[in-house]
Structures are given as structure tokens and as C-alpha cells.
Design a protein around this ligand. Structure first.
Ligand code: DOR
Length: 445
């Protein structure tokens, strides 16, 4: 059943909020009518009673751990949590086991997505020091982008050979998304921390070990290389104020170099390590209040183009390890939109800005075909939210396989009520219909 008449919604789209009825037929948005729609045959009707309807969010950075690390997360759980959180399309990272370093392995991931994803999906092709030829065979129309770790994180996928990097930046024929942290700086800082604290390094040291300087060195190098070669570069998870000068405000259409901010860098600060400890240990690290506030401003005023999650779950047991053995990353897809809407309630962003950065901008940036907007002719990926229905994140309402969230105990004012995926009602009131399957995202390139 993928035909619906959604009555009395407040459509939040392209900078405006308008009362309308929305007709969805055979998975596509057929009409958005401010004057209302009388009767429509062969559709299910739903009266939204004035609630807000958003385009499904597009998350350009998730780690769903399949294949090889499915004890942490898998595509079925990750995508279910995503749609429950209003994210209808995800782009997944290559640091799985095996790593996504060949076209054959990449296509195997797409087969896994087709088999078990309840959200629309795309998977990045991974770069290594030795696979540039294989990377260059990636199909720009059916794959979101290329991913290179210029600083090692989970999965040891560091690309640090200067000739490889130069060739990758020179010849990349689609978006090159990078993790930018300078490895020698991190190693040096880590050695100093071990000398000082032994094997009992406090979590609060994370932003000094994975330092602002390490971010700056790596991202400024990458931007210089991209300028030299004209690379279409996308710098992921900006975590410091200083890096912001590398990016320019202005329309996406004019940019060759873009940037992403993640929800945890917009929400937490180093003051939170005391209480949350390993639960907010991410790479790059959550840094100072000044950094967080500068990133918020950059999102608002356009230096940063998109907001994503870097959803990267690990088990509770892994997170209980001491600093050096404790992996970085945490689950986020279920709470990213509620958290951004909370920032709206706090006056940080407007509702239209949240939709711009989580729905429209990722669609534009990646040239996603027919998604990311509430427009006639687009796929009906739609999210109904109640902006005033407070709820608290507890273990009971988590859909993550890992069973924890850095937001546990957090009260959010806004709630995702329903999610439609290609016109199918895939999520209602925290329950996901596991029989729905997403589609492979296509790119207009
Ligand atoms: O904290 C992180 N964890 N950052 C990354 O870039 C990778 C991720 C992971 O895969 O665990």
C-alpha cells in the first residue's frame, strides 16, 4: 500500500511552512495542494490534524557494521532505527569486515541492503593505499561517493601514501568524502598521554589526544590538495572552530569543497565527558564549547553544508574498556532529528534550517535523484513530526542493536510520529514495519 491522502499537514519545505493536503500515489508525491484535496480513489486517508510533514532526512554518514561486525549493528537494525528517527535514506561507510575496497565487495553490500534495509540505501566505495584503480571504476550514478580515512579510526583504513593521495585527489570522478585527522599528531599525543597517565588515561583527555591541531593539519592539507586538483571534496564531521575558515558560505551549486557537521558535535562539549565518558568518545573528538558554538553558527550561515550522524555503534562491553582499548563512536540515527528539533526549541536553528541541512542539502550535495524535498514527482519519503509531544530516551525505546544511546535520560520536546518510505508507511509511533524494503538511491550525475 503506497498510495495515501495525507490531510491537514503543515508542509515544511524549501524555507516555508504551508498548510496543505498531500496526495501520494504509487510511491510518488502526486500533489501538494494548499486548497485541499477533495476525494481521491484507491488511496488510504490519514488526517494529520495540523502536524508537521518533513521530507525524509538523508544521512550521509552511517556505520551499520554489516558485513563482519554485526554483533555491534546490522543493516536491519540500523535502518529500522533510522526510519524511526525520520531518516529515510542513508549512506554507509566502508570500514566493515571485509572493508569495501573492491567493486565486487561493494555490490555485495548493495545486495545486503536490498535484502534487509527498511530505509533507502547507498554505500561508499572505500579507498586504501593500494586500490585506486578499483576506486576509479565506481559508478557515479549508483554509488554515493568515495571514502578515504586520512586519519585512522575504527577499522584501520588509513590512506597515508602521498602518491596514492595525490592520484586519488587528482582522478576522483565523484565526491571524495574524507575523515581528516593527522595521524602523526595523534600518535605523538597518545604517547605523551601514556607517559603521563599510564594505562589509566581519563576520557577527558580524548580531545587533547585527537586534538584540534590534528584536525587542522589534516583538513587544511586535504583542502590544499583539493584546490590543486579541483577535487570534489567533502570533509566529514568538522569538530573545531579553526577548520571553519577552510570553507566558504554560499550556495552548494558553486562549491567544489563542502563540509559536514555531526549531531554530537552540535550537541555535546568537553564538559560532558565527566558524566558521559566513553559514550561520547567519537573520532574526531567532541571538543570545547567554543568549538561547538562555532560549528552551530557555521551550519546556520552556510560554511557547513549538511548535518549528519556518523552513527557508529559499539557494544556496551567494548565501551567499558579503558581509554586506549575503548572504541570511538556511538549510535545516533534514531535521535538525530529529535535532537536537531530540540535545538530548534532552544532557538539555535529554525525548523526550516533543520530541514535544509538534514534533507534538502544532502540531496543537492550528492545529487540524489528525486528525494529530499516535498515536491510533486519526488519519491514519497515523508516524516510526520509533533513538535510538542515530549518524551524521554530510555533503554526501552531504543531500536539500536547495541542497546544504548548517549542520549539516554534526555527529554526531547519533538517526536517522530510516522515515516513513509517510497509511499509505504514504514514506521508508526516507534514501531517499524520490518517487511518494508528500501530502494537503492540513484544520483543525477
Ligand atoms: O568515532 C568514530 N567511529 N569515527 C569514525 O570515523 C569511525 C567510527 C567507527 O566506525 O567506529
Amino acid at each position: 500500500m503506497n498510495s495515501w491522502l495525507l490531510r491537514d499537514v503543515q508542509v515544511v519545505n524549501e524555507g516555508r511552512v504551508i498548510p496543505a493536503d498531500v496526495l501520494v500515489r504509487d510511491g510518488f508525491i502526486e500533489r501538494v495542494a494548499t486548497e485541499g484535496i477533495g476525494n481521491a480513489k484507491g488511496v488510504k486517508e490519514f488526517d494529520a490534524k495540523g502536524k508537521h510533514l518533513l521530507p525524509g532526512a538523508i544521512d550521509d554518514q552511517v556505520h551499520f557494521r554489516e558485513p563482519g561486525l554485526t554483533y555491534k549493528e546490522d543493516i536491519a537494525h540500523g535502518s529500522a532505527a533510522a526510519v524511526a528517527g525520520g531518516i529515510t535514506t542513508f549512506m554507509e561507510m566502508p570500514n566493515t569486515i571485509p572493508q569495501t575496497l573492491t567493486q565486487a565487495l561493494l555490490e555485495q553490500k548493495y545486495a545486503m541492503g536490498a535484502a534487509s534495509s527498511v530505509a533507502n540505501y547507498s554505500f561508499y566505495m572505500g579507498a586504501s593505499n593500494t586500490n585506486v584503480d578499483e576506486v576509479l571504476r565506481t559508478d557515479p550514478r549508483t554509488v554515493c561517493g568515495l571514502k578515504a580515512f586520512l586519519g585512522s579510526s575504527t577499522g584501520n583504513m588509513l590512506v597515508d601514501n602521498p602518491e596514492t593521495l595525490d592520484r586519488l585527489f587528482k582522478e576522483a570522478h565523484l565526491i571524495l568524502a574524507i575523515h581528516a585527522e593527522d595521524e602523526p599528531s595523534i600518535r605523538r599525543n597518545m604517547a605523551e598521554a601514556v607517559a603521563r597517565f599510564g594505562d589509566d588515561i581519563p576520557m577527558e583527555q580524548h580531545p587533547f589526544i585527537r586534538s584540534a591541531e590534528a584536525c587542522w593539519l589534516s583538513s587544511s592539507n586535504a583542502v590544499a590538495l583539493a584546490k590543486k586538483h579541483g577535487t570534489r571534496l567533502h570533509v566529514l564531521h568538522i569538530s573545531t572552530a579553526r577548520e571553519l575558515e577552510l570553507f566558504t558560505p554560499g550556495p552548494l551549486a558553486n562549491k567544489r569543497i563542502t563540509a559536514e557537521a555531526c549531531v554530537h558535535h552540535l550537541w555535546f562539549t568537553d564538559a560532558d565527558y565527566k558524566k558521559k565518558g566513553a559514550l561520547i568518545k567519537w573520532n574526531p573528538a567532541v571538543k570545547s564549547l567554543e568549538d561547538r558554538d562555532a560549528i552551530r553558527q557555521a551550519v546556520k550561515y552556510g560554511r557547513i553544508d549538511v548535518v549528519a550522524t556518523d552513527h557508529a555503534p559499539h557494544t556496551t562491553e567494548e565501551k567499558e574498556h579503558r581509554y586506549a582499548q575503548c572504541p570511538s563512536g556511538g549510535p545516533l540515527v534514531q535521535h538525530a532529528l529529535p535532537a536537531m528539533l530540540e535545538l530548534m526549541h532552544q532557538g539555535v536553528f529554525s525548523l526550516e534550517e533543520v530541514v535544509e541541512k538534514m534533507c534538502h542539502a544532502p540531496a543537492r550535495l550528492f545529487q540524489v535523484k528525486d528525494r529530499g524535498f516535498i515536491r510533486e514527482g519526488q519519491h514519497a519519503d515523508l516524516v510526520l513530526v509533533d513538535l510538542d509531544a515530549p518524551w524521554t530516551v530510555t533503554k526501552d525505546n531504543l531500536l539500536y542493536k547495541c542497546g544504548w544511546s548517549p542520549f539516554e535520560g534526555q527529554r526531547f520536546r519533538s517526536r517522530v510520529l510516522r515515516t513513509w518510505l517510497n509511499g509505504q508507511l514504514v514506521h508508526k509511533d516507534g514501531k517499524v514495519d520490518g517487511s518494508v524494503r528500501g530502494m537503492r538511491a540513484i544520483f543525477d550525475r
